[in-house]
Design a protein around this ligand. Structure first.
Ligand code: CP
Ligand code: NVA
Length: 310
């Protein structure tokens, strides 16, 4: 049965019900088919999405802007550098003002609380386009991409090798909501946030999912259906890059690690990749890799999200 998501924010997968996640994935399938068939579909005609960026982006910016256009609406790129936000106007006032013009706001920023505040003080739906804590749109696209290749999600084992960062956190939430077995494998000191671990385990009890944290990559990829990795130094951590290269040196997804996993394993990366660091060319360009399908599906998933909530 369809769930009415009109007006809802998409800030964390943890805040969505399992039915809402499934509805986003099912709607994505329909919109992707329509697009491939060249069928025009303009449910957001006359509507405008504001896109606030405090960090760089290739995929998120382009896929939201193109997605909004394809849905018949308009997207407005708002660089935080050019907004009064950067000169001290509060998030609350920004939210109150932008809500008078826009029908939805997508924001990519550092502080997760800023996104929560934007949603609390504004009156239009807010979509999280990445914070230091979470990256829900990417993971909804990843769940869709896995389902496309493996037909289902429940029971699949996803081994995430690397930093316990925003991607790890959203994969834990996404896997927990959909009944997956998620193993986060990070070096000591780079494990996921304990509160995210607690909340994802709570969600897991309702779906039969399992969330494990460990530190041995060889052990983690054993029987994995999916191996996932991300950069070792995220946006905002540029100064730690050299130190992180050392801390993560045993956590590269390379041919030797791939040999420890099964033949049908999928390799995933949210991109941008630092080739030669967290993943080798051989693996990211190899037959198991679905990284560009993931990137394409950002478009279709975000169209589904916008069509459902705006
Ligand atoms: N994966 C992702 O969000 O890419 P961008 O940083 O290019 O938007
Ligand atoms: N963890 C990465 C994800 C980029 C899409 C970052 O935050 O930079």
């Amino acid at each position: 049965m369809a769930v009415n998501m009109r007006g809802k924010d998409v800030i964390s997968i943890h805040d969505l019900t399992r039915e809402e996640v499934e509805q986003i994935l099912d709607t994505t399938h329909i919109l992707k088919m329509k697009h491939k068939l060249g069928e025009l579909y303009h449910p957001l005609k006359g509507k405008t999405l504001g896109m606030i960026f405090q960090k760089s982006s290739t995929r998120t910016r382009v896929s939201f802007e193109v997605g909004m256009y394809q849905l018949g609406g308009h997207a407005l790129f708002l660089s935080a550098n050019d907004l009064q936000l950067n000169r001290g106007e509060t998030i609350a006032d920004t939210a109150r003002n932008l809500s008078r013009y826009l029908d939805g706001i997508m924001i990519r920023t550092f502080s997760h609380q800023d996104v929560v505040d934007l949603a609390d003080y504004g009156s239009v739906p807010v979509i999280n386009g990445l914070t230091d804590l979470l990256h829900p749109c990417q993971v909804l696209s990843d769940l869709f991409s896995i389902r496309e290749k493996k037909q289902n999600l429940e029971g699949l084992k996803l081994a995430y090798i690397g930093d316990g960062n925003n991607m790890a956190h959203s994969l834990m939430f996404g896997g927990a909501k959909t009944g997956m077995q998620v193993v986060i494998c990070s070096p000591s000191g780079f494990e996921p946030d304990p509160e995210i671990t607690r909340l994802s385990r709570l969600d897991a009890t309702k779906t039969g999912a399992a969330i494990a944290i460990q530190s041995d990559p060889v052990e983690a990829v054993k029987d994995a259906d999916i191996i996932y990795t991300d950069v070792w130094a995220s946006m905002g951590q540029e100064e730690e890059h050299a130190q992180r290269l050392k801390s993560f040196s045993d956590y590269q997804v390379n041919a030797a690690l791939m040999e420890k996993a099964g033949e049908d394993v999928l390799v995933m990366h949210c991109l941008p990749a630092h080739r030669g660091e967290e993943i080798t060319d051989e693996v990211i360009d190899g037959p198991s890799s679905i990284v560009f399908d993931q990137a394409e599906n950002r478009l279709h998933v975000q169209k589904a999200i916008m069509a459902l909530i705006m």
